[in-house]
Write a protein that binds this ligand. Structure first.
Ligand SMILES: [Zn+2]
Length: 111
C-alpha cells in the first residue's frame, strides 16, 4: 500500500466512523419520545439539525475520498483536475482527497 492510499484509507475509516455516529443523531424518530421535555426537545431538534448537516458534510467527504481512491487506481492521483499540475505532497498530506492545486481551488471557492 502506498502512502497516499494509506492516508485515504485512514481518512475513509474515520469518516465511516463519524457517519455511523451521526446516523443515530440525525434520526428524527428519536424526537418523538414523549418523555422529552420542551427545552430538551428544542435541544434535541438543534442537535438533530447539526447532525444532519454534519452527515451531509461527511457524506460528500466520503464521495471525495472514494473518488480519490479511484484516481489512485487509475494512476491519475495527485494531479490538479483543472490545470494538470502536480499537487505538492505537503498539500496532499493535509487534504489527501483534494482535486485541485491551491491556485485552482481558490478559483473554485470564489465562484
Ligand atoms: Zn490547478
Amino acid at each position: 500500500m502506498t502512502e497516499h492510499q494509506a492516508r485515504l484509507e485512514n481518512l475513509k475509516a474515520h469518516i465511516l466512523e463519524e457517519l455511523d455516529l451521526l446516523k443515530d443523531q440525525a434520526d428524527p424518530v428519536a424526537l418523538d419520545q414523549p418523555c422529552i421535555g420542551r427545552v430538551a426537545r428544542i435541544d434535541a431538534i438543534q442537535q438533530n439539525e447539526m447532525a444532519k448537516s454534519n452527515l451531509r458534510y461527511f457524506q460528500s467527504q466520503l464521495n471525495e475520498v472514494n473518488a480519490a481512491l479511484q484516481r489512485l487506481e487509475d494512476e491519475e492521483y495527485g494531479f490538479c483536475e483543472e490545470c494538470g499540475v502536480d499537487i505538492p505532497d505537503a498539500r496532499l498530506a493535509i487534504k489527501p482527497e483534494v482535486r485541485f492545486c491551491v491556485g485552482c481551488q481558490e478559483g473554485h471557492e470564489s465562484l
